[in-house]
Structure formats: C-alpha cells, structure tokens
Design a protein around this ligand. Structure first.
Ligand SMILES: C/C(=C\CNc1ncnc2c1ncn2[C@@H]1O[C@H](COP(=O)(O)O)[C@@H](O)[C@H]1O)CO
Length: 265
C-alpha cells in the first residue's frame, strides 16, 4: 500500500520519501510560510539545509564574498561599538622589541591610557605590539585589529580585545570609525597606507576633526618636505593640506595634539 493510499495528506517525493502531515491535514508550515494542498513541497527547511549535497564552488563567488565582507563589518561594529574614546596607533611591524622606537611606542600606549583613551593597533608585532604593551601595562583597553596574511601570524600577547579581519578595507574602516585620531610611528608601506587613507578621508571631508600626529621628526620630515616642496608646490594638493597632520618628538605633546579635538569637544 502506498503512503498516499494510507493518508491523503501524506505524499511521496521523487526519492520515495513521505511528506505532508500524517494527521491528515494538507498543510505545511515552513518558517513564516504556510503551504497547502498541491503547493506543499517535500521536506522541511532544516532538512534542505542539513541534508542537501550539491556543488560548493559558490563559496568562491562574489555574492558569497559580499556576505563575508558584511559579516566582518557586523563583527567589527559589534566588538567595538562600546569601546569608548580611543586612538589608533600605527607603525612598523618590523620595529625590534626593546629598541628605542619600540620603547617610545610603549610609552605612547601607556600615556594614551593615562589620558583616558583605549589604544587600537593592527594587533601585530613591532610598533603595534609596543603600543598594545604600553596600554595593557597601564591597565587600559588594548585593542588589536588583526589581518589575515599569507604567513602564520597571531595577535600580539598584549591585546586584550582582538578582532581578526580577512579584508584590509574593512579593518581600515574600524581604525577610523572607532578612533578620535591617529598616532603614526615610523613604518613602511602598511603604515603609509593607513596614514594616507586618513589623510584622504580628511582632505575630502569624509571625516572631520580627526588629528593625525606623526611621531619622529627624523623619520617623517623627509616625507613632509616632499609633500610641501613637490606635491603641494606642483599643485597636486592645497597648501592648507599640510595642516592635516602634525609632527612631534615629544610623547606628551603627541598625546596633547591627538586628544586636542576631543578634549575641546
Ligand atoms: C612583517 C611581519 C608581520 C606583519 N604583520 C602584521 N600584522 C598586523 N598588521 C600588520 C602587519 N604588517 C603590516 N600591518 C599593518 O600595516 C602597518 C605596518 O606595516 P609596515 O609596512 O610594517 O609599516 C600596521 O600598522 C598594521 O596595521 C613579520 O614581522
């Protein structure tokens, strides 16, 4: 005897599995959707989620990447929304632990905490570790926004809130969105990328009142000279764009400069 003969509401799918309601009612509830009589479909939503096997190449497609990107924004916003006032500190991943530059980063991290700020870094080694270390040793909030890189790497041990990102551009949004300003220690391409992202956002008015402090005049003055004498002199930026950042060698002055806008309200 077939299942349809046993019970009118129970039907058989193409693979011979029974579906429909065994209590005799021809109705199917699929989440918010109700299906009745000949609109009923085999199985449940959970069964289709858990039981199905099919092609998997869609995980490498752009629509799926869009969802992954969206989930990074969701995770980042969720982790950082309640952070309170914070400053992002950038600098070279290659700054050796214990070097004078590293110790300066550590002092800056601690001084920012003493001034009432959380410290956000890229969560990696070198200058990032130094700033996180100073912040954590001062019992402050020490945030590391890590990035997936082609080689094995974890968040430095001084991070006490960490979020790992796949996409650089999502991570860069977090550095700006959750900080009141940037302190930039000597660094390479990664540091310049973060610096110029902020400068571009400021220049184009996408962010306002966002102090950028370059720490270390011996390192940064060559760049500042080139910006003034070549880029601005040849009309590729405006003379007032030079005022989008400050340069200092003094930790206390760096903290005063980077927190000035916030302190002034
Ligand atoms: C080079 C090594 C590790 C790199 N690991 C990084 N981890 C997290 N964030 C990084 C890393 N490298 C670059 N960044 C980001 O760019 C900035 C530093 O780049 P730079 O080229 O060294 O200036 C930094 O602020 C990060 O946000 C092995 O030691």
């Amino acid at each position: 005897m077939s299942s349809t003969e046993r019970n009118e509401a129970v039907e058989v799918d193409v693979e011979g599995r029974e579906y429909g309601r065994p209590d005799g009612r021809s109705e199917q509830v699929l989440g918010p959707v109700v299906r009745r009589r000949d609109q009923m479909v085999p199985g449940t939503t959970d069964q289709r989620l858990l039981d199905t096997r099919g092609p998997s190449d869609w995980v490498h497609s752009d629509p799926w990447r869009v969802l992954r990107i969206q989930s990074e924004f969701v995770e980042g916003f969720g982790a950082l929304a309640e952070l309170g006032p914070a400053i992002s500190v950038f600098g070279s991943a290659r700054t050796p632990a214990g070097s004078p530059e590293y110790e300066t980063g550590r002092r800056i991290g601690a001084a920012l905490v003493d001034a009432g700020y959380a410290v956000i870094t890229g969560g990696g080694p070198g200058a990032m570790e130094a700033a996180n270390r100073g912040a954590s040793e001062a019992d402050g909030v020490s945030v590391g926004l890590g990035i997936e890189l082609p080689f094995e790497q974890g968040l430095n041990e001084y991070v006490n809130i960490g979020v790992n990102f796949r996409y650089f551009f999502v991570r860069k949004t977090m550095f700006v969105k959750y900080a009141h300003g940037f302190v930039v220690l000597p660094g390479g391409f990664g540091t310049l990328d973060e610096l110029f992202e902020a400068l571009t956002l400021l220049q184009t008015g996408k962010v306002t009142r966002f102090p950028i402090v370059l720490f270390g005049s011996a390192y940064w003055s060559g760049l500042a000279d080139w910006l003034r004498e070549t880029m601005i002199a040849q009309g590729k930026a405006s003379p007032h764009d030079e005022q989008l950042f400050s340069i200092t060698d003094d930790v206390d002055e760096a903290i005063a400069l980077v927190t000035r806008v916030t302190a002034e309200g």
